[in-house]
Design a protein around this ligand. Sequence first.
Ligand code: SF4
Ligand code: SF4
Length: 134
Amino acid sequence: MVPHRPIPIKSRKALSKLYDVLYRKASDLFREYDPCKIRHMPTGEIACVAHATLNSKMTCCCGNCKWLGRNGCRVRALYCKVWICSTLRGKNPKLERQLRHLSAIASRHDLLHIRASKKESFDRRKNNVIHAKV
Ligand code: SF4
Ligand code: SF4
């Protein structure tokens, strides 16, 4: 877990580091809990078995995203990494609690931008530099 102690964010470099830390922690959680069950299917496609199996008409949350490549997401999108779909909600309170914590920190620093790469997330921020507390 990211500590609750105040961290003054004074530079883009520090904010960039925070983005990376939050992204890595969220990635570790997804690896640990494997809620989406992303699997290579015999057809060569990748599917999130938890929500949209190959025969399902539903599409995964990444459907039609410009960043979706043959092997999954091609960027480090923090918004997507701390978010889960309604199919998963309520299934793993421990995971959700930890993701909510990371998401709240990211939100406080204006780092949550839907389907955005790290660069896009920074470009979309209202301020390049903020002084905030975690
Ligand atoms: S959040 Fe839901 S729709 Fe998105 S990859 Fe995970 S299971 Fe699939
Ligand atoms: S940016 Fe988000 S929606 Fe797009 S491919 Fe990556 S994880 Fe999926």
